[in-house]
Design a protein around this ligand. Structure first.
Ligand SMILES: Cc1cc2nc3c(=O)[nH]c(=O)nc-3n(C[C@H](O)[C@H](O)[C@H](O)COP(=O)(O)OP(=O)(O)OC[C@H]3O[C@@H](n4cnc5c(N)ncnc54)[C@H](O)[C@@H]3O)c2cc1C
Length: 491
């Protein structure tokens, strides 16, 4: 195969993964990154003995990271250290119900049956159905380009595809969960998985129940040194394979040839000639900035964005044994919350609050006797930026929720505070309007409308990352890089 000079714009996890794959194939790979550090949405803050992962906190399918680290030596084994969590999450409801979710599916089913009116077998059978659906869909919808879906499906045994044919595509995730479960608490717990790609369970299609399979059947993991360590390990691997990173280098435009190819990238530091361009920039931003001269495809013109977030990073000066590493304090009105995010596009007064405390597992992430709280609510990707009073209202709503559900006044224990908003997420990661996962999956057509990994017009332009096929979240971003590698091989 011809060895090309490949330039990747953006050092998000998918950009680094693509760099590793392409460098391992012998290409000369350069990564341009506007920030001073790698990782994009996977970031970290350090302050006064506290360390916070600023973006993702939930880590599934770690094997995808191992595979990259071992790409040139499959026998080296596991040297990136992470562990399977005993409890994937702790769920709190306003009526005092607390459900722990052990990693082991049958223990989780026991816990649900003990805490709610839900028969244990309903949970077990639901998770088996989610697993079968994942096995039927993963190769078609995740690990290969969608325009080759038919080709991929032909390679799969017809019996393995049956779960996909059985699911009603017009039913929403909430409709599917309501069909399976009797308990409102359990329906809400499984509805929540729609938020893992920034969507609403009241709009997203039933097939997204596959997301729960990853957490409950394959397991939730956590890196021994925190989420940012995923980036550090992959970055080191890329360097080892000869990838060059240029930080503080924003790609400002493309050099486009008449024969529908891109021959270079413009930066404020000068033009860079290249054979192939891979963009890891949020695709909505790409067509408004670096690739603004290209015709906007339908996926961008008609984009319907995923949710964004307001996150408070609180250094807490005591520990809270009632909390685990991942905690959810559910809204009493889940439907109202999603209506506020996707229809009314406003803050909701009773938000579902997610508290992630990495120091429960990584002891060095907080000073002795303290904890590092990452406190997040989902919010719309706003048309206009949230003003200071909106952030203050959100903070007050969060504090009231914590007081009501946990009977703790967090405010008196905060030693350090930093806040992320849709605007800061956009500034730091280039994510359009701070959307966490590109476009949402609130329609049965979302998967098909997502931007492809290869430009249909420019032969040497490719796209990777959470805003293109197959979608957002670490595992899908890693799958995206794998598809780009295969597509480049096809040139
Ligand atoms: C708050 C939050 C919580 C999340 N939680 C989870 C979770 O628990 N689990 C999970 O799996 N996923 C989660 N995600 C999603 C996950 O983080 C993303 O899907 C993934 O990290 C996106 O990676 P990416 O490769 O698309 O690039 P991004 O992370 O979007 O990075 C793009 C990079 O491109 C750079 N860039 C942009 N424009 C230019 C330019 N013109 N020139 C040069 N560089 C440029 C940016 O600076 C950035 O570094 C979360 C995301 C956020 C923000």
């Amino acid at each position: 195969m011809k060895q090309n000079k490949i330039t990747i714009i953006g050092s998000g996890i998918s950009g680094i993964a693509a760099a590793i794959r392409l460098a391992a194939k012998g290409h000369k790979v350069l990564v341009l990154e506007q920030n001073k550090v790698a990782g994009g949405k996977i970031g970290q803050i350090k302050h006064d003995g506290f360390r916070f992962d600023t973006g993702p906190s939930l880590f599934t399918l770690p094997k995808l990271v191992d595979d990259l680290l071992n790409i040139d030596n499959p026998h080296k084994g596991h040297y990136f250290n992470y562990k399977k969590l005993e409890n994937t999450c702790r769920y709190f409801y306003e009526d005092g119900t607390i459900i722990n979710a052990p990693s082991e599916a049958s223990e989780f089913a026991d816990e649900v049956a003990a805490k709610t009116t839900e028969p244990k077998d309903n949970v077990k059978e639901y998770l088996i159905s989610a697993k079968k659906l994942y096995n039927a869909t993963a190769d078609i919808f995740i690990f290969n380009p969608l325009n080759r879906a038919f080709e991929t499906a032909k390679r799969i045994a017809p019996s393995a595809l049956r779960p996909l044919l059985k699911i009603n595509p017009l039913r929403t995730m909430h409709g599917e969960n309501s069909r399976w479960f009797k308990s409102d608490h359990v329906i809400q717990l499984f509805d929540r998985y729609a938020t893992y790609n920034g969507s609403s369970p009241y709009l997203a299609p039933s097939v997204l129940k596959v997301i729960s399979h990853l957490e409950h059947n394959t397991g939730a993991y956590f890196p021994e040194k925190g989420m940012y360590n995923i980036v550090e390990m992959l970055y080191q691997k890329a360097i080892g394979l000869g990838v060059e990173f240029r930080f503080g280098t924003e790609a400002t435009g493309l050099i486009i040839n008449n024969n529908n190819t891109i021959s270079g990238i413009k930066t404020k530091k000068g033009d860079i000639k290249t054979d192939i361009v891979v963009s890891d920039i949020d695709v909505n931003t790409f067509y408004r900035h670096t690739g603004r001269e290209l015709t906007k495809p339908r996926a961008v013109k008609k984009s319907s964005l995923s949710s964004s977030a307001i996150i408070f990073y609180w250094g807490m000066e005591r520990t809270f044994p009632e909390l685990d590493i991942h905690n959810i304090l559910f809204s009493k009105d889940y439907k109202g919350e999603f209506d506020a995010i996707f229809h009314k596009r406003e803050l909701f007064p009773d938000p579902t609050v997610y508290i992630f405390i990495s120091s429960k597992v990584v002891k060095t992430d907080a000073p002795e006797g303290c904890e590092n709280w990452f406190v997040m609510i989902n919010v719309p990707s706003p048309e206009n930026k949230f003003r200071k009073e909106h952030i203050n209202t959100a903070r007050q709503n969060v504090i009231e929720k914590i007081q009501k559900v946990l009977n703790i006044n967090p405010e008196i224990h905060i030693r350090f505070e930093e806040v992320a908003t849709p605007e800061t997420i956009q500034t730091f990661t280039g994510s359009f309007k701070g959307a966490l996962y590109g476009n949402n999956s609130n329609s049965i057509w979302s998967a098909f409308l997502r931007h492809k990994n290869r430009s249909s017009k420019y032969r040497n332009l490719f796209f990777t990352g959470g805003s293109v096929h197959p979608g957002g979240g670490i595992p899908l971003c890693l799958a995206s890089a794998g598809i780009v590698e295969k597509e480049i091989e096809r040139i």
